[in-house]
Ligand binder design. Structure first.
Ligand SMILES: Cc1ncc(COP(=O)(O)O)c(C=O)c1O
Length: 407
């Protein structure tokens, strides 16, 4: 954003517990913070206070858990991949977020934020979306809680994810196509932040990942922590009390990775690995900078201009990553890898053929990494299958069958 930057706290906080409460500054080491225009500071502080109070309130947790269970279909299962494990020479488990209502992990976050918005007396939800999954989830929450909903989506993404555009409209949301900049997720976030500046009185910005200004990175991770808490318990049962050797997830903004990592953060024998798109690999090719209200790892040139990300998957087509990931990477607690479009399409097909599961192209990044490292290891891997691939089937068909591309 070009508006005046407003950092919270002059110095980074001392490191707290890994994946704990970052405190009022919202810093994760040198990353995070709240770099927003003056007009949004009260909205962010109001949201932080509301989240702190709700998250300490057992009745909020009871309602959150109840909706995730009876509406969202939680707990999602852990599936043993027999055939692919045999082929790869590892033991591969999948945490099945694809089986959650609306088809991805995004529902966990929007149920939390929807409940919070209602508690704060807001009547309208706005959101940004890349793959459309967060938009669909937000439109779903708005329908469930009886709120108005407007979703910003880059023009390119509206074309490659047209099924999800229709789903959002069917759910009663308005989808506004964004034709500025790279016409993808980054620009949709810009528009949503602009809308929020003008509408904070009655509107909650339902941000879709562990990014943006404090308290979003922390709050969204807490709403997604259910993935990791369930997965840890399920692994303990399945593996007789042992933790898996590797926990792997794809990362765009990083919410499904943060959610599963949170459950294993203190499992010292479990390596945590997040896989970004090779064309948007902020952790391996980026440098620290400020975007969308946070200080984090970003792909940018020497003048600090943000570079365009590229990925076959709209949900990973983002030039940054959430600040807590930058911190986990700096600490060495998590490792960051990347997969390119060719590897991803191969993983997409291989999981379908060996296990009968069509993954989202985003989730196929995690599977592609498993396929890459399996020859060098023989341990137990749990991969977070963040979403189902139905939304990606026509795009994959265009790539694989060689028909003219729309994108
Ligand atoms: C199925 C799926 N997985 C992963 C992502 C990436 O988001 P995050 O890194 O926040 O989990 C998206 C984003 O749209 C998605 O739809």
């Amino acid at each position: 954003m070009t508006e005046r930057l407003h950092p919270v706290g002059a110095e980074p906080d001392a490191a707290g517990p890994i994946m704990g409460d970052p405190g009022p500054s919202g810093r994760f080491g040198q990353f995070g913070g709240r770099f927003v225009p003056e007009a949004l500071i009260p909205a962010c502080t109001e949201l932080e206070a509301a989240f702190r109070s709700a998250w300490a309130d057992p009745s909020f947790h009871a309602e959150f858990d109840e909706i995730l269970r009876h509406y969202g279909g939680r707990p999602t299962p852990v599936t043993e991949c027999q055939r692919l494990s045999d082929e790869l020479g590892v033991r591969l488990l999948l945490k099945r977020e694809d089986l959650a209502h609306t088809g991805s992990h995004k529902l966990n976050n929007v149920v939390g934020q929807g409940l919070l918005a209602r508690r704060m007396g807001k009547r309208r939800l706005i959101a940004e979306t890349g793959a459309g999954q967060h938009g669909v989830a937000t439109a779903t929450a708005a329908a469930l809680f009886g709120m108005e909903c407007l979703v910003y989506m880059g023009e390119i993404d509206t074309r490659r994810q047209e099924l999800n555009v229709f789903r959002m409209e069917l759910l009663g949301a308005e989808v506004r196509s964004v034709s500025s900049g790279s016409r993808t997720l980054k620009d949709a976030v810009n528009e949503a932040l602009r809308d929020w500046v003008a509408s904070v009185g009655d509107t909650h910005y339902c941000l879709g990942s562990v990014m943006g200004p404090h308290p979003y990175p922390w709050m969204v991770r807490e709403f997604q922590r259910v993935i990791g808490d369930e997965a840890r318990r399920q692994c303990r049962q399945l593996l007789d009390g042992v933790d898996p050797d590797v926990v792997v997830a794809c990362a765009g903004g990083g919410s499904n990775a943060a959610g599963i990592f949170a459950g294993f953060a203190d499992a010292t024998s479990s390596a945590l690995v997040a896989v970004e798109a090779a064309g948007g690999a902020a952790m391996t090719t980026g440098i620290p900078g400020i975007l969308h209200g946070m200080r984090s790892a970003l792909i940018q040139n020497e003048e600090g201009q943000i570079l365009e990300a590229h990925s076959i998957s709209a949900g990973l087509d983002y030039p940054g990553i959430g600040p807590e990931h930058a911190y986990l990477g700096e600490l060495g607690r998590a490792r960051y890898e990347s997969a390119d479009d060719v590897q991803v399409l191969e993983a997409f097909q291989r999981l379908a053929r060996t296990e009968g599961i069509i993954p989202a192209l985003e989730s196929a990044h995690a599977i592609a990494h498993v396929m890459k490292v399996a020859p060098q290891m023989d341990g137990i891997i749990i991969a977070n299958l963040s979403g189902r691939g139905d939304k990606d089937v026509s795009q994959a068909a265009e790539k694989l069958l060689g028909s003219p591309e729309k994108v």
